[in-house]
Design a protein around this ligand. Structure first.
Ligand code: SAM
Length: 280
């Protein structure tokens, strides 16, 4: 029997005759120091529920369970069930839901109370996972997510290098990189370096917008055409003439010749307010 004493992802998976699937982003983190840092960054309180996306072989989950009230882990790969049933036997506070996380209802999963998200996310759906969590009715207090370093850097971008992803995440919280991880910390080794991103979520968005839906419609329209002047990309994204788009931008105090990447969150909010006032 493979036990925790000789536990590493490769030994465990070999024992259960499971081959890691690249298509599911299965690179399992086994470096103990890195796992401890991730748990420490989450600052979990004894009353917290922790939501984990993709427990894999459970090495992170087992470090979360002793410090949380409950861990709810959502895993798409049902092949891992026999392994996780044994690994999690000593813990009465771990619940595994075998489902595609993107089809879950986060509020129903975690209930009413405070929760944090800790996950070494499958890299192929990092943005979708972020959106699924941050756009849910009940948002976590904090997220600690291990992701590809390039994506982490995009999240913490500042005006001049903004993207839809950066605006979306920074609308909901403050992202920062707290650790960088080399491929050797994982098995199988990924092709890229990784980073741990901590996002402290706001109680209320930091800018005033008439509706979140309209805010994101305006942002997506603005970024719709790369490297174009805003009056053109906004015009085409909102199906209005570029002169009308130019007027809206001026009303929001933004030079219509600027590019979407240069706008601050407050400028996107001002533009959304101008759109709400002027367009049906
Ligand atoms: N947490 C483990 C660790 O740190 O070693 C595993 C991380 S591995 C990068 C990503 C995990 O997410 C895998 O177990 C994979 O099967 C799972 N996964 C992939 N897509 C998923 C999805 N849509 N919903 C839930 N889990 C998913």
């Amino acid at each position: 029997m493979v036990t925790k004493n000789n536990m590493n992802p490769k030994t465990l998976l070999d024992y259960y005759e499971i081959n890691p699937k690249k298509s599911l982003g299965q690179n399992f983190l086994h470096d103990p120091g890195t796992l401890e840092k991730i748990v420490a960054a989450a600052e979990i309180r004894p009353d917290d529920t922790v939501l984990e996306v993709g427990p894999g072989t459970g090495m992170l989950t087992e470090r979360l369970a002793p410090v949380a009230k409950k861990v709810i882990a959502v895993e798409i790969d049902g092949r891992l069930k026999p392994l996780l049933d044994i690994q999690f036997e000593p813990y009465s506070n771990i619940e595994v839901v075998y489902q595609d996380f993107l089809t879950t209802n986060v509020t129903e999963l975690v209930g009413e109370g405070d929760f944090v998200v800790v996950a070494n996310v499958p890299y192929y759906i990092t943005s979708a996972i972020l959106r699924h969590i941050l756009e849910s009715d009940h948002r976590p207090r904090r997220l600690v997510l291990t992701m590809q370093v390039e994506v982490a850097e995009r999240l913490i971008a500042t005006p001049d290098d903004m993207s839809v992803l950066a605006v979306s995440v920074q609308f909901y919280g403050i992202p920062r990189i707290v650790n960088r991880i080399k491929p050797a910390a994982f098995w199988p080794r990924p092709d890229v370096d990784s980073a741990v991103v901590l996002i402290d979520v706001y109680d209320q968005p930091p800018v005033d917008v008439p509706s979140e839906k309209l805010f994101f419609r305006v942002v997506r329209a603005g970024f719709g055409q790369k490297r174009k002047q805003l009056r053109n990309s906004l015009g085409s994204g909102l199906s209005i003439k570029s002169e009308v788009a130019g007027n809206l931008l001026e009303q929001a105090g933004i030079d219509p010749r600027r590019r979407a990447e240069t706008l601050t969150l407050e400028e996107w909010a001002a533009l959304t307010r101008a759109v709400a006032l002027n367009l049906p």
